[in-house]
Design a protein around this ligand. Structure first.
Ligand SMILES: Cc1ncc(COP(=O)(O)O)c(C=O)c1O
Length: 408
């Protein structure tokens, strides 16, 4: 029961402190109880907590849109708000589909999408349709629209699919550089650039889902920057408010925006709007989050911490319990290898970590570390040490169990 938090720590009802090793589900950026974000939200409370963005707007939403456009890869010039990563993706899919429909002619045949195997884009039906993780997605197959799955990191496979189905594809959707929920599956350098070039060659849109990778996680503000890629649609959520409040944004190019213009009775409007879309408190938190990136030189100060993390992980990687470590920036997956799922090794490690003062959450038998960007070097050392000790303890217990079973 988390009752309070400060900086990199969560505090339970008994006052016990735990390092927030996964940034409260990958979204906290500058730590908890950040003075600037706290103040921005309470100042906004003195003005208005919520008013609809359907037919109206508010200064925070407009300012935030301008700031996001300034930070995002070139070519993205329009912002559509919602509340979660899943809705940011739903919106991108619907926009891509409707855009192709409204282009008319042969483009109306572009009703399908390409996604990557093992991809994760959220839990709503559209985002599940472009998802590729059987454990989360297979139960819903009958409800999903059909898509094409390409092999992650393999540009030739994407080209094969585009070649075969070129005329029916509206867009390709990818998590750039790192597929988070797949267990921090990293793509080879140059892959994202190749995906962009293939999309251009085959005339399909590129949707980059930076819900997990955005806001500094891979070392740059957005992962796309590292391969000089500008998508046609960009999905943002999680770290957008520094991990404070639910807010998401789908950014689009002017070309896509213009595809929705017309006389009212032509019905080219993007008919999509959630009640709490662009909530003013959330926009205030997001603006303060972007201020903190500037004022605290977050990305610059992150660089040596990424190097330290790599160094610390070097020792974890050689542990006999660890099969592989995959990481980019502050996104880390410590893979414990293939085991009987009933052993729930990843889960056991998180329980051990909890005893030792850290909250982490695994993906199967991949132990995930994704600390707030503001974590101190000493806290980072402590987080990795707790994780290593927890893995060691679970490894020891598993060996004892195996020996006893054999003896019996
Ligand atoms: C890449 C990616 N897209 C979308 C989502 C869904 O975000 P939300 O949980 O806010 O709906 C996630 C969540 O982990 C994600 O990692």
């Amino acid at each position: 029961m988390v009752e309070r938090a400060e900086g990199s720590y969560l505090i339970d009802e008994e006052g016990r402190r735990y390092l927030d090793g996964v940034s409260s589900l990958w979204c906290n950026v500058h730590g908890h109880r950040h003075a600037g974000i706290d103040a921005a939200v309470s100042e906004q409370l003195d003005k208005v907590a919520h008013s609809t963005m359907l037919g109206l707007s508010h200064p925070g939403a407009a300012n935030l849109a301008a700031r996001l456009i300034g930070l995002a890869p070139d070519g993205l010039s329009r912002v559509f708000y919602s509340e979660s990563g899943s809705t940011a993706v739903e919106i991108a899919l619907k926009m891509a589909f409707q855009y192709q429909q409204q282009r008319g002619g042969q483009h109306t045949r572009r009703t399908s999408f390409v996604h990557l195997r093992d991809s994760y884009h959220g839990d709503t039906i559209g985002s599940v349709s472009v998802g590729g993780i059987d454990l989360f997605h297979s139960a819903y197959r009958p409800l999903l629209f059909s898509t094409h799955a390409a092999e992650p990191g393999d540009a030739a496979d994407l080209e094969r699919i585009l070649n075969l189905h070129e005329e029916e594809i509206a867009a390709v959707i990818v998590e750039p550089l790192v597929q988070g929920a797949a267990g921090m599956l990293t793509h080879p350098p140059g892959y994202l650039r190749a995906v962009r070039e293939l999309c251009d060659r085959y005339g399909v849109l590129l949707i980059c889902d930076e819900v997990a990778t955005g806001f500094g996680r891979t070392g740059t503000m957005f992962a796309c920057e590292q391969e000089h890629v500008s998508p046609d649609l960009l999905c943002l959520a999680k770290g957008l408010t520094g991990g404070y409040l639910p807010l998401a944004a789908t950014l689009a190019t002017e070309r896509i925006y213009e595809g929705f213009l017309g006389a009212y009775e032509e019905w080219r409007t993007f008919f999509h709007g959630h009640t709490y879309t662009g909530n003013p408190l959330a926009c205030a938190a997001a603006l303060a989050n972007l201020d903190a990136f500037e004022d605290e030189r977050t990305l610059e100060r992150l660089r040596p911490k990424i190097e330290l993390l790599q160094e610390l992980l070097g020792d974890v990687g050689v542990m006999p319990e660890v099969a592989e470590i995959r990481s980019r920036g502050f996104m880390v997956g410590i893979d414990l290898g293939e085991h009987d799922p009933a052993l729930r090794l990843g889960h056991q490690v998180t329980l051990e970590a909890r005893k030792r003062g850290a909250i982490i959450r695994p993906l199967g038998d991949v132990v995930i570390l994704m600390p707030p960007l503001s974590i101190s070097e000493a806290e980072l050392r402590s987080l990795v040490e707790i994780t290593a000790k927890s893995i060691e303890a679970v490894g020891f217990a598993t060996r004892v169990l195996a020996r006893d079973t054999l003896a019996a």
